[in-house]
Design a protein around this ligand. Structure first.
Ligand code: CTP
Length: 397
């Protein structure tokens, strides 16, 4: 769920590069996320993808010319510029980048861009040598100075056979940067340390004690904090989730490894959010060979892991410290106890075992318990949205 995109007026500018086919996919993503998306194409873009494709996907007329062709008196490039919440130029060719950098307005897209006052994301996509040429780099520097968001192209084998930077990023990644551009940057200059996922405590090389935490909540907090301008480090136990964009991800396995990485980073953090489901115990004995089965019963001795959050609570100076409490019963009482015992500013309590809440789900139903004794119950929401509400409350502190 990408709520920030919902009902936003997004203008997609398509210029004439082979990656124009990917813009059709990006447009679909915009529309499925609720955007009111409109397309302006250059004449050269029409060689790669027909306007009908974009019209079918957006449900709106595509603008391809400075001059209205169907008798409609509205000057689209001015109207659309005024209404837009964000503009994405994908792909952006060397030619359109050059025009933007120099204020040349000789077609619908380059004229429109001069009238735009909202954030503009430019996704350069071209042959590697063209991209690395001094003039394109100079023009991109100019666009950065002028306040455009430049999304670096990906490296790989390009349609022309060259290997190097120049490929248009995947639609999901462009959407991610669009979200960054749309969210308020209210965490700029702040360092946020997040933990996520389960830990695995081995008793032999192939077996361990763990829990079903998927890491989704912690990854959502890390991503949301980055979208709001924060510098984010994410220490995570094993998960199947991909690294969020521009988040420094440190992958660990055991509680001890998580503790080491967290303690190393906690002094420079302004905000620490511990969503990780840390294993409270680990097998006392760990052997280096695979334990063989036999006919006997086996007992395993467990020893306690360090409570990482409690230790941070003892050591913390100015940081805002947020914990999570996963409970099967007595949520308020248990959460309040953990808040006090671990010296937290806020604890997010959730009852696990409910269908729309807890381990592995995309949604969560949580109650926030604050240090001053107040609490706030949130409706069931996507974990991305829970993360943003949580950050709203943290920022208020
Ligand atoms: N936590 C931690 N280190 C541990 C155990 C828990 O840092 N060894 C943190 C979790 O990341 C979470 C909070 O403490 O933010 C609460 O975790 P939870 O598992 O709900 O509670 P516990 O303190 O482990 O207590 P119990 O298991 O008895 O409910």
């Amino acid at each position: 769920m990408k709520k920030i995109i919902d009902k936003k007026n997004i203008v997609l500018g398509v210029s004439g590069g082979i990656a124009a086919y990917k813009s059709a996919e990006f447009l679909r993503l915009l529309v499925t996320n609720g955007a009111n998306a409109r397309v302006i194409m250059t004449q050269n873009a029409k060689w790669f993808v027909g306007p009908v494709t974009f019209e079918a996907l957006s449900g709106q007329k595509v603008c391809t010319s400075l001059f209205e062709e169907e008798g409609d008196a509205s000057i689209k490039h001015i109207d659309w510029a005024g209404e837009a919440d964000a503009v994405v130029i994908a792909p952006a060719t060397a030619n359109i980048i050059g025009k933007f950098a120099h204020g040349i307005a000789d077609d619908a897209l380059s004229t429109f861009i001069l009238a735009v006052t909202c954030p503009v994301l430019v996704c350069p996509s071209m042959n590697t040598h063209m991209f690395e040429s001094r003039s394109v780099q100079r023009n991109l520097d100019q666009l950065k100075t002028d306040g455009y968001f430049i999304i670096d192209p990906e490296s790989g084998e390009l349609a022309c056979g060259t290997i190097g930077p120049g490929r248009l990023p995947e639609p999901e990644d462009i959407l991610d940067r669009l979200m960054y551009a749309l969210y308020p940057n209210d965490l700029t200059g702040k360092r946020i340390l997040v933990t996520a996922g389960p830990t695995c405590e081995h008793f032999d090389p192939v077996r361990f004690i763990s829990n079903p935490s998927s890491g989704k909540m912690g990854f959502a907090v890390a991503k949301a904090a980055e979208h709001r301008g924060g510098t984010v480090s994410l220490v995570t136990g094993p998960t199947n989730l991909a690294d969020p964009n521009r988040v420094s991800v440190i992958r660990v396995r055991t509680a001890q490894e998580m503790a080491d990485e967290v303690f190393e980073r906690m002094d420079t953090a302004d905000i620490i959010v511990k969503t990780a489901a840390v294993s409270d115990y680990k097998p006392k004995d760990q052997v280096e060979y695979k334990v063989k089965k036999d006919e006997k019963e086996h007992a395993m001795l467990l020893e306690k892991n360090l409570d990482i959050l409690k230790e941070i609570g003892k050591r913390k100076k100015q940081q805002i410290l947020v914990g999570f409490a996963a409970e099967t019963e007595n949520l308020a009482e248990n959460a309040a106890n953990k808040l006090a015992e671990k010296r937290l500013d806020l604890i997010v309590g959730n009852l696990i075992g409910e269908p729309a809440s807890g381990f592995g789900t995309d949604t969560n139903t949580v109650t926030l318990f604050f240090k001053d004794g107040t609490k706030e119950s949130l409706p069931t929401m996507h974990k991305d949205d829970v993360a943003h509400v949580l950050l709203d409350r943290i920022i208020k502190m």
